[in-house]
Design a protein around this ligand. Structure first.
Ligand SMILES: [Zn+2]
Length: 215
């Protein structure tokens, strides 16, 4: 598994597919981003590492990013945060989960919590900013950790391509604008980018290799 520069951030891919999930920890406390897979597998991973789950954050409302979130939230009595513009996507695409033998999601199981858009101290001395990135979905966001130089970008931008904009609520114009907004933030070149699928990159790599990463 690919290692990030900051060891508080751990990339993790749960079976049975290739969504890039992330564990962020500080001491024994942790957050999970985009938990694909089964809640049982997540529980094993958390137990192995001796971590206490404090919250779950989603980059967007697609099933391959949500899958384990409601059940994990219920078991650990924590919130799963999603931009409210993506609430209506919850439960869409359950056939994908069925295909992979995972339980379906309904919004009424364990409701998501509306994501606050301000800078928040999510773990002790760790600050996270939320950047709205509509386009792949209406409520897509990126999570930025400025001190740790990490950007969790979801399916907005991949290594050499962009996310789909032909799924429900997708919008090509918005997607290009969201990417342009991130470009113009002028983040440090070594800011690591965690994509919703595939290897992590960084800003300088994207500038050199991704033709869509521009103003
Ligand atoms: Zn997606």
């Amino acid at each position: 598994m690919q290692k990030l520069r900051n060891n508080k951030f751990e990339l993790i891919q749960m079976p049975p597919q290739n969504t890039q999930s992330l564990i962020v920890s500080s001491g024994r406390d942790c957050l999970v981003f985009d938990p694909w897979g089964r809640a049982d597998d997540w529980d094993s991973v958390l137990q192995e590492r001796g971590l206490k789950l404090r919250a779950i954050y989603l980059t967007h409302g697609h099933p391959d990013h949500i899958a384990a979130a409601p059940e994990l939230a219920k078991r650990h009595n924590v919130s799963w945060y999603l931009h409210n513009a993506d609430f209506r996507l919850v439960g869409w695409g359950n056939d994908l989960l069925e295909y992979f033998g995972l339980p379906p999601i309904t919004i009424n199981d364990v409701r998501p919590t509306e994501l606050a858009l301000e800078r928040t101290e999510v773990l002790p001395n760790m600050f996270m900013e939320v950047i709205e990135t509509p386009g792949h979905t209406p409520g897509g966001v990126a999570y930025h950790f400025p001190d740790e130089k990490i950007l969790v970008i979801g399916d907005t931008l991949f290594q050499e391509s962009i996310g789909r904009y032909d799924l429900p609520g997708g919008d090509k114009h918005m997607l290009f604008k969201s990417i342009s907004n991130i470009y113009t933030m002028d983040l440090p070149a070594d800011t690591e980018i965690i994509h919703g699928h595939g290897m992590a990159t960084d800003i300088s790599w994207l500038k050199a290799n991704n033709p869509y990463f521009r103003k």
